[in-house]
Design a protein around this ligand. Structure first.
Ligand SMILES: Cc1cc2nc3c(=O)[nH]c(=O)nc-3n(C[C@H](O)[C@H](O)[C@H](O)COP(=O)(O)OP(=O)(O)OC[C@H]3O[C@@H](n4cnc5c(N)ncnc54)[C@H](O)[C@@H]3O)c2cc1C
Length: 383
């Protein structure tokens, strides 16, 4: 297995670094010049949709180039894209959508003018997603479905124009088989959105109630009853993405700097053995995870799928995100209690909300216990 970059890969890395240096807006411009940044990426040859294939306007990166691209973007904290359209729905449209659906939806996903949300989870269907009960009944003339049910934890539903949604069209066979993939407009009068305010005090997730919403058959992706297959293939990629390894590398080095700002006796918090031990252990585990990612990259470059090892990345990556937020909370000390207010060192203001916010990372995209099950069965071959 070769985890060294080739000369061509290193040249590509320099190209990405030079592009970022020349084009990345800094400071407040990061928000006001966001669209210029994405336009520059697009003009560079489809870098705005780095994971899309050439046939759909993407750059056709190799797996290694994609890794390097993501690495440099994370290291430089470039403006993020909302993932639901560009990385989650787009590949499903490309693989299973009709040409008409692709032409209708991909341009709005690409230029960010149309926001999407993911309507999978329900009150009785999270880890056991195939248990979902939102019902879609085909009208007698076969032209549309009538959808009724409830989704929950729907991230950014309140700013979404559309929801891609798993619904039940058949209850007779095994539960994975009666699931269909529909696209539902959020401005339909039968859609009601109720906010859920999370521990960190923010509004990003929602309940979505769906009452007698008519969805044309033309807005179904692929075949009726095959939605589970379409959605499942993407989960592996979603999990790898959620590990956020390069973001953690940056966050951990910031945590180290934060500790340097906290005076303890004649030194700083970084001199306190108990704190150093935790920081050192995290640095070692994160390095190990980076190598696990590189090993996975080596096998993907050699033609394999990411496979169930993506569960290792999701499990460890999200635990590390949480532990970094715990270090910052510890470094903020009593000032963490005044969260949201600027008291004490600058980083203390965001420490508590980041700590509370990251509690969700080991739940969404498949809870840690579920990842452990996948690892036990499919990686370790137990049971
Ligand atoms: C912040 C946030 C954002 C989200 N965004 C979205 C979104 O945009 N769209 C969407 O569709 N969903 C979204 N989700 C939902 C998310 O995918 C589910 O919360 C997750 O799959 C867990 O399901 P659940 O909440 O129903 O918990 P449950 O499945 O009820 O699990 C409860 C507990 O039981 C454990 N458990 C369950 N089954 C097993 C098992 N077989 N073995 C061992 N332990 C088990 C779980 O690990 C967990 O600790 C989001 C969730 C959060 C918290």
């Amino acid at each position: 297995m070769d985890i060294e970059f080739s000369t061509a890969d290193l040249a590509f890395q320099q190209d990405v670094q030079a592009f970022i240096k020349a084009n990345l807006p800094r400071g407040m411009d990061m928000w006001t010049k966001r669209s210029e940044w994405f336009q520059a990426l697009r003009d560079k040859g489809g870098w705005d949709v780095a994971k899309w294939p050439v046939a759909f306007g993407g750059p056709g990166f190799t797996p290694t180039q994609r890794y390097i691209f993501d690495l440099e973007m994370s290291r430089n904290s470039t403006p993020p894209q909302i993932p639901f359209g560009v990385t989650m729905l787009a590949p499903i449209l490309m693989n299973y959508g009709t040409r008409e659906q692709q032409e209708r939806f991909l341009p709005g996903i690409r230029d960010g003018s149309v926001n999407w949300c993911q309507g999978y989870s329900e009150p009785g269907a999270g880890s056991d997603l195939a248990n979902l009960q939102t019902k879609a009944v085909l009208a007698a003339d076969g032209s549309h479905y009538v959808v009724n049910g409830q989704k929950i934890w729907t991230t950014l539903a309140h700013i979404a124009h559309w929801m891609f949604c798993l619904v039940r069209t058949d209850n007779t066979g095994i539960k994975q088989e009666g699931i269909t993939f529909l696209l539902i407009p959020m401005n339909d009068p039968g859609i009601e959105i109720k906010p859920i305010i999370t521990l960190g005090g923010s509004h990003s997730v929602n309940e979505v109630y769906i009452t007698d919403v008519k969805v044309p058959v033309a807005d179904r992706i692929g075949e009726e009853g095959k939605g589970w297959t379409y959605a499942k293939g993407l989960l592996v990629h979603e999990r790898t993405g959620l590990a956020g390894i390069q973001n953690s590398v940056l966050a951990l080095s910031k945590a180290r700097n934060n500790a340097l700002q906290v005076k303890v006796g004649d030194g700083t918090l970084l001199d306190v053995p108990a704190f150093r031990n935790k920081l050192g252990a995290l640095e070692a585990e994160l390095l190990a995870l980076e190598f696990t990612e590189l090993r996975s990259l080596a096998s993907v470059s050699a033609g394999s799928d990411p496979g169930p090892e993506s569960s290792i990345m999701k499990l460890k990556g999200t635990e590390i995100q949480q532990r970094i937020s715990e270090l910052n909370l510890e470094a903020a000390g009593v000032y963490a209690a005044a969260w949201g207010e600027q008291v004490g060192p600058g980083f203390a203001r965001a420490a508590t909300s980041a700590y509370l916010g990251t509690r969700a990372t080991t739940i969404f995209g498949g809870a840690s216990e579920v990842q452990k099950d996948v690892i036990a069965k499919n990686v370790l071959g137990l049971g």
